[in-house]
Write a protein that binds this ligand. Structure first.
Ligand code: A3P
Length: 294
């Protein structure tokens, strides 16, 4: 990328030579950094984010496992924080993909530029990231900024990723593996929470609001604002908006590919109980996750 200056690029290449690499089931090259496998194109932006992003205490970061409900929470966060600026029927969510309104660090702001100028962003700033906690920039980990974390049943998250990667065909010439062979990649994955939102979104909207520091007033509750936000940010509504039916995020990921089925337990339509058992036994000893897989 021409925006990456030559000095950091050289250091990056040197660093890359010391790291394990492999090909993912969809044909993409992955690199292992601090214990996690990342798609190669996202590796330079992760390093740039680490090197240059300076968190402010007023920032709110949405940290998520890919395909765990990031787009949904971005919509909710944006809606909640800007509810005094935009009415529901004039909300920018109706004309912009949530990834435009709450940008990713490594997959957005730092994807095309090594050190983007963030001066123009007004406070409080909202960002999101798929970078694991131990690799997040020190300035985030050391600051008082708020982090909202979402993750999902590893089996549903795997099925969601499988569809997303096939839909976007990042490696045009690659022949992706069949689902059962691809299944082995979920050994690299993590925990859950999307299910809680699905169970009671209204309750969690209020929780998120309090945590973000934007609690509802009595008046807003009486007006039924929770329900309006719930409807605006619902999968059915966002999926059917013109803006999300066409176009791309970062020029590479279809807007539409972020809105699929949104069901808890969709994995049962694709994976056998034996496959789920393998995950339970071999990957996540945590009982919360075991319960979730059952
Ligand atoms: P499925 O593929 O299981 O349907 P992410 O936003 O982290 O990439 O996660 C994408 C998953 O969240 C997809 O799951 C997608 O359908 C679901 N999703 C997207 N928007 C949603 C919304 N508003 N409400 C509920 N689920 C949503």
């Amino acid at each position: 990328d021409p925006n990456f200056s030559s000095a950091p690029k050289l250091e990056l290449e040197e660093l890359l030579q010391t790291l394990d690499q492999k090909i993912n089931w969809d044909g993409r090259k992955l690199v292992k950094y601090n214990g996690f496998w990342f798609p190669m194109p996202f590796f330079p932006p992760i390093i740039s984010t680490q090197n240059h992003f300076k968190a402010k205490e007023s920032d709110i970061l949405l940290a998520s496992v890919p395909k765990s409900g990031t787009t949904w929470l971005k919509a909710l966060m944006f809606c909640i924080a800007n509810r005094n600026i935009y009415t529901i029927d004039q909300n920018p969510l109706l004309t912009s993909n949530p990834h435009i309104l709450v940008p990713f660090l490594e997959l957005g702001l730092y994807f095309h530029q090594e050190n983007p100028d963030l001066q123009h962003l007004s406070d409080p700033r909202f960002f999101s990231s798929h970078i694991p906690f131990n690799i997040l920039p020190n300035s985030i980990r050391d600051s008082e900024c708020k982090i909202i974390f979402i993750c999902r049943s590893p089996l549903d998250q795997f099925i969601s990723s499988y569809h997303f990667l096939l839909d976007n065909k990042f490696e045009k010439d690659a022949v992706p593996l069949e689902l059962d062979e691809a299944f082995d990649i979920i050994r690299e994955s993590v925990v859950y929470k999307y299910e809680d939102l699905k169970e009671d979104i209204a309750f969690h909207i209020e929780k998120i609001l309090e945590f973000m520091g934007y609690p509802f007033s009595e008046e807003e509750l009486k007006q039924g604002l929770v329900d309006q936000i719930k409807k605006l940010c619902s999968l059915e509504n966002l999926k059917n908006l013109e803006v999300n039916k066409c176009g791309y995020v970062q020029g590479i990921m279809k807007n539409s590919s972020f809105f699929r089925k949104g069901e808890v337990g969709d994995w049962t339509n694709y994976l056998t109980p034996a496959m789920a058992e393998r995950v339970k036994k071999a990957v996540w000893p945590c009982s919360a996750i075991e319960n979730n897989i059952r």
